[in-house]
Write a protein that binds this ligand. Structure first.
Ligand SMILES: Cc1cc2nc3c(=O)[nH]c(=O)nc-3n(C[C@H](O)[C@H](O)[C@H](O)COP(=O)(O)O)c2cc1C
Length: 329
């Protein structure tokens, strides 16, 4: 990408200005490696690497595997090096593994650290100490200011329509309020389902798009076939915003709620106090097949490889840019 030299080195030189976001359960090394090889930042939540009692930390094994595989790729393809990878830390008091996982990420010199559900000085310091950068995700301007005060290098603005714990605000409002005071790296999360939407994120003032749900419908994603198929078959109308399943409002596939025997239009409120985002996070049995997704999945027409999905984004992004230039000429 041209015009990215205002960004930290880890976010420069991407094929398109995009980070593939971390997805609980779904982001495993095969997905992350394919995303990085395709030229965009790949990522996973540290908590996805869960070893059995008394076993060697799976996170250690995953980080070694990702590094080795990307090194091999870079040696074989010096003209097309892989993008860096990122690890997501859930900075919530229920995450009892946080300290250990920070140590492992520090040991492996993880280049990009993504923090969610809390901003903590010591996590940012650990990232900086090993040469990494820290990006914190927020849903409003107040949390954005807090994150930067606590030492984050950049922000991920999670707007309405995002998969997972989406915020309620319009991306247009959120990005413009943050850009009034913050010139650093700013990523936009929520419904970036096409290259056109990615270009729109840049036009708004974001530096990069942060893309999640479309990667669920890829061959490399660790998701059930039924989940991948439902992403392909669904559109924005099929997304339901509810706090029932984790206590924090998030977006879910209507079909998965119906399949679980519930009425998506009459869901009770969730209770944040009883919720757990930690390493022992398990969904109650009745919610095992409640599937998360953002609204931007209308453009996902089939289950493809990550390489094909990133190719599509690049084609659309370039075409949208040309179209806009013609309009403005
Ligand atoms: C199934 C699913 C699981 C997610 N898990 C996480 C997670 O573990 N950590 C996190 O920071 N964000 C998580 N997210 C949020 C995404 O990282 C990202 O903000 C969002 O998917 C972007 O919006 P989009 O899905 O519309 O592209 C998840 C999203 C989905 C759909």
């Amino acid at each position: 990408m041209r015009g990215d030299n205002h960004l930290p080195a880890a976010l420069q030189g991407l094929r398109i200005p995009a980070v593939a976001s971390p997805l609980f359960i779904i982001s495993v090394p095969a997905l992350v490696i394919a995303q990085c090889k395709a030229g965009i930042v790949g990522s996973f939540p540290a908590l996805n690497a869960r070893e059995g009692e008394g076993e060697h930390p799976l996170l250690d094994t995953w980080l070694t595997q990702i590094r080795e595989e990307l090194d091999r790729h870079n040696q074989a393809n010096p003209d097309r090096p892989a993008a860096p990878f990122a690890v997501n830390q859930i900075v919530h008091r229920s995450n009892t593994r946080l300290e250990r996982d920070i140590e492992l990420c520090h040991k492996h010199e993880v280049p990009i650290w993504i923090t969610s559900l809390g901003a903590r000085v010591e996590v940012n310091e650990a990232a900086h100490d090993c040469g990494g950068i820290a990006l914190h995700d927020i849903i409003n301007n107040r949390f954005a200011k807090k994150a930067i005060e606590k030492g984050a290098d950049g922000l991920i603005a999670v707007a309405a329509g995002a998969g997972g714990h989406a915020g309620p605000q319009s991306p247009l409002a959120l990005i413009s309020e943050i850009r009034e005071w913050f010139e650093g790296p700013l990523l936009l999360s929520g419904s970036i389902g096409t290259g056109d939407a990615l270009l729109a994120a840049l036009a708004m003032g974001a530096d990069l798009g942060y893309i999640g749900s479309p990667f669920i419908a890829t061959k490399e994603a660790n998701a059930l076939q039924g989940y991948k198929d439902m992403i392909v078959e669904s559109g924005a109308d099929d997304i339901v915003y509810s706090s029932l399943f984790t206590g924090v409002s998030g977006n879910y596939l209507r079909g998965s709620i119906e399949n679980a025997g519930m009425d998506p239009d009459n869901l009770p409120e969730g209770d944040l106090k009883t919720m757990n985002f930690g390493d022992k996070r398990e969904k109650p049995k009745a919610w095992k097949t409640i599937w998360g997704s953002g609204q931007g999945i209308g453009a996902v027409k089939d289950v493809t490889s990550v390489a094909d999905l990133v190719d599509r984004y690049e084609r659309e992004f370039n075409a949208a840019w040309k179209r806009l230039q013609r309009r403005m000429a």
